[in-house]
Design a protein around this ligand. Structure first.
Ligand SMILES: C[S@@+](CC[C@H](N)C(=O)[O-])C[C@H]1O[C@@H](n2cnc3c(N)ncnc32)[C@H](O)[C@@H]1O
Length: 195
């Protein structure tokens, strides 16, 4: 029985599409969202901070948006670097479908919503699903961080009051040196290095 969590694989809540605006210094784009998908009412403030304060994406190679939702991170990166392949994954199939249709609407042919085993990422970007609980979040990160290429980095945005500092500590202790790249509006951007 559904209790309506946005991280369900198949949201039970009826679809009701709507449009939100992603407004950044370098772009203003309209994205379609839906019920049953994270932050459907507008761009999440953590995502906004990550996209405003994070580093420029590489111009070529591959990056991953881990937990893409309706796609604001993946789509912004794909638009900033047309020669880059941006992979976007999410447990929530409604979210993945929205990312794909938003990419098509923006004519971004460099966004992929399926990842094959051999792909290594220059960067992983994520507004990670903290609300799944600490163990599940740790498992998710440990499943994907090893897919970073040599010298690769992950950029994670986490609310300070949702445990950014303890996540930073845990990552570092687990063998993934992590530093704080920035902090604004109660959000921290963590930079994780592939050791
Ligand atoms: C905080 S939301 C961020 C969504 C989107 N990137 C944004 O910025 O609006 C985290 C996302 O992670 C997804 N998620 C939860 N568990 C996951 C898993 N095991 N694998 C992939 N994605 C997952 C959720 O469905 C949700 O869309």
């Amino acid at each position: 029985v559904s209790d309506g969590h946005y991280f369900e694989a198949r949201p039970a809540v009826a679809s009701r599409p709507r449009t939100v605006t992603l407004s950044l210094p370098d772009m203003v784009v309209e994205l379609q969202t839906d019920r049953g998908v994270f932050s459907a009412g507008g761009i999440d403030p953590g995502t906004q901070v990550l996209l405003e304060d994070g580093p420029p994406p590489p111009s070529t190679g591959a990056v991953l948006d881990l937990g893409c939702g309706y796609g604001p991170i993946a789509l912004a990166l794909a638009r900033r670097s047309p020669g880059l392949t941006v992979y976007a994954v999410d447990l929530n199939q409604r979210a993945v479908a929205l990312t794909a249709s938003n990419a098509a609407a923006l004519e971004l042919s460099n966004v992929r919503t399926a990842v094959s085993d051999g792909v290594a990422f220059e960067q992983i970007w994520s507004n990670p699903p903290v609300r799944v609980g600490k163990d599940a979040l740790h498992q998710l990160l440990l499943a994907w961080l090893p897919r970073l290429a040599a010298g690769g980095r992950a950029y994670l945005v986490v609310q300070k009051h949702l445990g950014s500092d303890s996540l930073q500590r845990w990552l570092t202790e687990t063998g993934w040196p992590t530093s704080r790249l920035g902090s604004r509006r109660g959000y921290r951007i963590l930079e994780v290095q592939r050791p």
